[in-house]
Structures are given as C-alpha cells and as structure tokens.
Design a protein around this ligand. Structure first.
Ligand code: ASP
Length: 529
C-alpha cells in the first residue's frame, strides 16, 4: 500500500463513523419527530445536488483518461467483453436467487387483490358522505393501498380508514379517467370531467361495492411498455421524454439530462481517437487528466459534508413516510414480501458476490467491503447508483487499489446497467404480484421473468425508484396486472435503498474481478515481451 492510500484510509475513518452516526440519528429523528425531520430535506438536497453536479464531468473525464491509459486501444476488447460477461452473469445469478426465494417463501399467497360484491348494499354518512357502512362483511383486511368503488354510482375513493362505523375514503372521484375535483373559493367542491364542470351528487345509499387496487400514478402512461420498446430505449432513447439512447443525437442534451450511457459511448470514442492521434493528442490528454484529478479533489471536499447531507436525506424521507407510527403499519402489510427481497439481497450481497471476489480476484471480501463502506452507506442514503458513482470510484481505486484503467470503465457502465439488487427485486416483486392475484406461472413464464427482470434492471436508470417503473416491462411480458404495483408502492422507497446498496456493491466487486484479469494479462504480456 502506498503512503497516499494509507493517508486517505485513515483520513476517511472519522467520516465513516460520522456518516453512520448521521444515519442512526436521522432514523431516530425521522421516526419519532417526522414533522421536524421533513424540514431537513434541504440539507439532503444540497448534498445530492453537489454529487450530481460532478457525475457528468466525472464519467466523461475518467473514461477518457482510462481509455488513453490503456496504451493500445485494442485492449478495450478483452476488458469490455469481460465486463459485459460479468454484468450479465451476476445479474442473472441475482434474479435466480430471487426466484428461488419467492417460490419457497411465497410472500403473496393469502394477500388479497380486492373483491367485488355487486349485491351488497351500503349507506353513506359522515363528513362529505365519505364513510361507507356496509350491509355485510368483507373477506379480507384492506389498507390505504386499496380503493373502494360504489359500482352503482361510478365513484371511487382511496381507503383512508377501516373502523367499526365503516370504511372511510379520502375523497370521492368519478371512476372515469380524467375526472377530478375543483374547489371553488366558497369551498364548494365541483367535479371536473374532461374540463367540464359538474356537481357531484351522491345518493346516500345504494347497492354494489368493489374493493380493488388502482393503477399507481408512478406507472401511469407506461402501461404499454414492452420488451421491444425497452431495448429500443436503451439504444436510441425515448423521443417522448427526450431521453438520449446509447448513440446520442446530441451529446450536450445527454449531458444536460445526465444520461450516462450515451456519455460513456461518446467519451470512449473521443478517448480512443485521442490515443490514435499520438503526439498530437498528448496535450489534450494532459489537460483531461488534470481536470479528472481536479474533479476527484472535488469529491473529497463534497464528502466532508456527507454526514450532514446524509442526515437530511434519511431523516426527511422517514419523516415524509409519517415516521415509525405512519410507516410501520404499511411495512407490516407487506412484511413477508419485504422480508423476501431483503433476504435475497442479503444472500446475493453477503454470499454470492463475495464468493465471486474470492474465486476470481483472489481477494478477501471483508477488507474490500471496508474500503467500499462510505460508498455503500451513501448508496443507501441517496438510493441512487449514479449519485454514488464519485464515491465508489474513490473507494475502488484509493481504498481497494483497483487500477484507474479498470475502474474508470467498469464503474460508470456498472452504475447504469449493472443492477443486481434491482434485478432480484423486480423478479420477486413480479412473482409476488402473481401470487396475490392467484395467477400461477409455469416454468416457461418464470424463465420469461428471469430474462425480462434482467432487462428491466439494465434499463433502469441509477436514480431513486427507477426499478419500480421498469417493472412494467416484466409484468407486461407475462401478462400480470400493472395495478399490482400499488401493493408494493408504500415500502418501495426503503427497499430501493437496500437494492441500490447491492447495485453499488456489485459494481465494485466487478471492478475488482475485472482488474484482477487485467493485471494477469499485463503480467503475461510483460513476461512474453
Ligand atoms: N435506485 C436504484 C439505483 O440507483 C435503481 C432502482 O432499483 O430503482 O441503483
């Protein structure tokens, strides 16, 4: 270990403890004082912005430096091939771990997707007739994930409470899409239907109710997403959202949108071109290399603020979820599902990935994890692989001694396409939804889930809860109801943090494994040369 590495190792120790303390403190503040905690959001946002600010220059500069360091750009072939092979193999392994667990534990069995009672009569009462007294019993228990519909009046409302007096809904809306309320200055509530105004006159009694899962707002408009459009989006982008694909139309737009894949592609090409230029390219390479060092210095500075930023991120999110008293009931409702995903992530992160590091890189995973701990905690706190990239770069190279030429290629690509945690979660979530709806899936369909979950994880951006949205691809592929996503929505922000941690861990192990092969290759060339 060089002197510099020892220095930075000691230097970051206090930081690690400070971040751990911040997470504990934030959890307590968010849990017990949710309103106060929600106010700390600004601290987290500032820290997150600072990290995001350097992601684009960091990705581009480090890749250009990495490529120009390769010596011979033909050696990009082996490193590229191995990286992609490692990504595909580990992501598939993660999905398989998830599939095995979800089949054994069967977390969705016994939960309800809702029920219909066309002949059950009801009476409305309470404030704004929002409480529904039923003439019979519902078969299962429901919570705020579900909606109650009065089928004879075509109105529906999200359940806000189920008590002895009846079921109270948060608000009545027309079952028709595009219907919404308008509150006038006088406090009168009018119903808007496609921009037309109409007053909602509910009958205080009627017959016919249904309880079901509504379509989650976060996946609306994405219901039609299939495998074809997902692959297209990876390569060509999405003209509707302006997202650039791997081959960008406009590289500045890709920078402005932090679309990393096109930036990697562009930086690879420029780096390769600079190497080919030889003498003429040298001054530019020197400038790029200095700028890259400067950006890494910025990472150091930003990291000093990490404990405060991470406190804000974690406290505000728990506060927003209503603190422990608001969130724990939601967690209990899908506790088995939550536990299955967590168990899968633990198995993959603690057993499968470390084994790969031992087998293929011949390295001890414990100190390796120690070197990555700041990055892993940051991944947990930000729920974003991309925002964690600057810190994982530092961890991999400075703490774990992986060469920059390997890390600069493996990590940015990994942050975008290698998501073991996300893939594992997508598979479990899809199977969970199938189990809730009592749709039994055969081996063939489960294989389709394995393939599409891998693809959906590749397609997910390294930003919070991106996996939730790309899950539509998996559900569509095997014809599962998209509404099922509503079931897992309330706990997704927390699961997201765990899966992002595994995503970043998978990338960093990838860097270690690929680098070991690079070092071996370099040794061989030196021997034969
Ligand atoms: N938040 C995850 C990440 O950044 C992606 C996801 O699963 O939603 O890696």
């Amino acid at each position: 270990m060089s002197e510099g590495t020892e220095e930075s190792g000691r230097g970051t120790h206090w930081l690690l403890y400070a971040i751990l303390a911040a997470i504990v403190l934030a959890t307590l503040t968010g849990g017990f004082l949710p309103e106060l905690a929600a106010e700390t959001e600004i601290l987290g946002e500032m820290f997150l912005n600072a990290l995001k600010m350097i992601v684009v220059p960091l990705v581009m500069l480090s890749i250009m430096v990495g490529i120009t360091n390769l010596g011979d750009i033909r050696s990009l072939g082996p490193i590229g091939g191995r990286t992609v092979l490692y990504y595909i193999a580990t992501t598939s392994l993660a999905v398989i771990v998830g599939m095995v667990l979800v089949n054994i534990i069967a977390p969705g069995e016994g939960l309800s997707q809702g029920e219909r009672h066309p002949s059950m009569s009801y009476r409305l009462g309470g404030e704004e007739l929002r409480t529904v007294e039923l003439d019979g019993e519902l078969t299962k228990r429901y919570d705020g994930t579900y909606a109650l519909t009065l089928t004879d009046q075509n109105v529906t409302g999200m359940i806000s409470a189920i008590e002895e007096g009846g079921i109270t809904v948060a608000d009545w809306r027309l079952t028709t899409p595009d219907a919404d309320y308008l509150t006038t200055e006088a406090g009168q509530r009018l119903l808007l239907i496609d921009g037309m105004r109409a007053q909602l006159n509910l009958n205080p009694a009627g017959q016919g109710i249904a309880v079901d899962l509504p379509m989650a707002a976060s996946v609306k408009d994405k219901e039609g997403r299939g495998i074809g459009s997902a692959i297209r989006e990876v390569f060509l982008g999405n003209p509707r959202t302006g997202k650039e694909g791997m081959i960008p139309e406009n590289v500045f737009k890709a920078m402005a949108e932090t679309d990393i894949l096109p930036l990697i592609f562009f930086a690879l090409l420029i780096g390769a071109a600079l190497s080919v230029l030889g003498e003429k390219g040298r001054p530019a390479i020197a400038v790029i290399s200095a700028l890259n060092d400067a950006v890494m210095q910025l990472v150091n500075w930003i990291m000093y603020t990490a404990p405060i930023g991470i406190f804000g991120l974690v406290a505000a999110r728990i506060g927003e979820a209503g603190g422990f008293s608001g969130f724990l009931p939601e967690l209990m409702a899908v506790g088995k599902y939550f536990f299955t995903v967590l168990l899968g992530l633990t198995l993959h992160g603690v057993v499968v990935l470390p084994l790969l590091l031992m087998l293929f890189a011949r390295r001890n995973p414990v100190p390796y994890a120690g070197g990555m701990s700041t990055a892993l905690l940051n991944a947990f706190s930000t729920a974003s692989s991309s925002a964690t990239l600057p810190i994982s770069m530092k961890g991999v190279t400075e703490e774990n001694g992986v060469s920059e030429r390997s890390s600069s290629f493996v990590l940015p690509l990994g942050a975008t396409i290698n998501m073991d945690g996300t893939a594992l979660y997508e598979a479990i979530a899809a199977m969970f939804i199938a189990q809730v709806y009592a749709i039994s899936l055969g081996l063939g369909e489960q294989v389709v889930i394995v393939l599409t979950a891998t693809l959906a994880a590749i397609g997910a951006a390294g930003i919070p809860e991106a996996g939730l949205v790309t899950m539509v691809i998996v559900l569509n592929a095997v014809g599962l109801p998209i509404e099922g996503i509503s079931l897992i929505l309330a706990v997704d922000w927390l699961l997201d943090r765990f899966r992002t941690t595994v995503n970043v861990w998978g990338d960093s192990i990838g860097a270690g494994v690929i680098d070991a092969y690079e070092v071996r290759d370099a040794g061989k060339t030196a021997q034969s040369g």
